[in-house]
Design a protein around this ligand. Structure first.
Ligand SMILES: C[S@@+](CC[C@H](N)C(=O)[O-])C[C@H]1O[C@@H](n2cnc3c(N)ncnc32)[C@H](O)[C@@H]1O
Length: 237
């Protein structure tokens, strides 16, 4: 249980996972100090707030933010629902230390776990929500498949997963008014990048459907100057 002044970081990694490589937030570890400035200037807060609103979290509900980085989505969840019980998961210890400082400064309760998306730090059926922002394109193919299965395992029946990331539904959809002149450029950049290209044409919906979420669907879409952004949701049957 959190108190309001201490932010804990737990090491959830196995000895083998301690040597495992991962793709950090800005691609290179030394760029991390600039991550939050870049995130702010690029307007990512809109995405975090939108994802938190779509998740529609009730007081007391448990939330796991997968690939939390410096906790931007975790903090958006806590702004939207201060009585949520939020844990952020990320392999990057330096990002988690920044996350801990931000949460402590804001005096919000946040638990942090160092670990990977393919092994969630929680028991079967124990979570009300899983959320994730701009993180799944950092996870390797095998890890993404395992993440889907882990989300299915860790959510309670009726629990919900809400993901925002670069990507598209593949079906007809309308932009919701956030169009940008750079959008076409963004589309080709996302398609050209093998990490983000996996999320195009319904990639995230397929990932969750294959894991057993029958109702996985794109619930919102917007055009960011860096590319198409998809919001995907599914409920654990
Ligand atoms: C672009 S950042 C997004 C951070 C945060 N969610 C946000 O919206 O600001 C991507 C994050 O994914 C994390 N990541 C990379 N590989 C991962 C993995 N296998 N499992 C979980 N997170 C991972 C990185 O460490 C990084 O913090």
């Amino acid at each position: 249980m959190n108190d309001r002044t201490t932010v804990q970081i737990h090491d959830h990694r196995t000895p083998e996972e301690r040597d495992r490589e991962f793709l950090p937030g800005m691609g290179k570890p030394w760029l991390l100090p600039f991550y939050d400035v870049f995130s702010r200037l690029s307007g990512a807060r809109v995405l975090h707030d939108r994802a938190a609103a779509l998740a529609d979290i009730a007081p007391g509900e448990t939330v796991l933010d997968v690939g939390c980085g410096t906790a931007n989505l975790s903090l958006a969840v806590l702004r939207a629902q201060p009585a949520a019980r939020v844990t952020g998961l990320d392999p990057d210890a330096a990002a988690l230390r920044i996350a801990a400082r931000k949460a402590a400064r804001r005096r919000v309760p946040l638990t942090l776990a160092q670990g990977f998306a393919d092994r969630l730090p929680t028991g079967d059926g124990s979570l009300d929500h899983i959320v994730s922002s701009l993180a799944l394109h950092h996870v390797p193919d095998e890890g993404r498949i395992l993440f889907g299965r882990e989300a299915f395992r860790a959510l309670r029946p009726g629990g919900r997963v809400t993901i925002v990331d670069f990507g598209s539904s593949g079906g007809a959809h309308g932009s919701d008014g956030h169009g940008h002149r750079g959008a076409a450029r963004g589309h080709s950049a996302v398609a050209a990048n093998p990490h983000t290209a996996r999320n195009l044409e319904g990639g995230l919906v397929r990932l969750l459907t294959d894991a057993g979420f029958a109702d996985a669907r794109e619930v919102a879409h917007l055009e960011h100057r860096y590319g198409p952004i998809t919001f995907v949701q599914a409920t654990r049957p």
